[in-house]
Design a protein around this ligand. Structure first.
Ligand SMILES: [Zn+2]
Length: 154
């Protein structure tokens, strides 16, 4: 993802930047074939990202300095929290929406002590020790977010 982030830092967003984030999410729901799911977006400034994340009740105990966005489920809805003042904002939303699709399709299953992806189990110890962007569901989300972005640009 770092390569993509660098690309976007050097090439500011165009087409999708003129759409409201809500419209982008609706477009993504169609593209990802998850039109029936409820998605709530929480655009947050970087300044208050950490504070808001804690108040949302995520029980977040990790450093959020390098976290641009994340998704959690609550009351049958997906909630996407993201920094709304970064150049990769749209790409982050696309990445998180791929996670929604992964969960809805059953490819990604979140348990309390481990994660299953495509039938393989990854313990929290393994995940915490891994390079985040190398985890298979993250690589999948990065790749497909990029494809969606390119499609959305046309
Ligand atoms: Zn991710």
């Amino acid at each position: 993802m770092d390569g993509l982030r660098n690309f976007f830092l050097q090439n500011p967003l165009k087409v999708k930047d003129f759409l409201e984030d809500r419209q982008i999410v609706e477009w993504l729901k169609k593209e990802l074939d998850v039109e029936n799911v409820s998605v709530v977006i929480h655009p947050v400034s970087s300044h208050s990202f950490e504070e808001v994340s804690r108040s949302i009740g995520m029980g977040i105990d990790r450093d959020l300095t390098n976290v641009m966005a994340y998704t959690f489920t609550k009351a049958d809805s997906y909630h996407i929290v993201y920094r709304n003042d970064i150049s990769t904002r749209v790409l982050e939303i696309m990445h998180e929406m791929v996670h929604v699709e992964q969960i809805e399709s059953g490819r990604l299953v979140l348990h309390s002590g481990f994660i299953e992806f495509d039938g393989t189990t990854y313990t929290n110890d393994y995940i915490n020790g891994a390079n985040w962007s190398s985890l298979p569901w993250e690589r999948d989300a990065d790749r497909r977010a990029w494809d969606l972005y390119m499609k959305g640009m046309k």
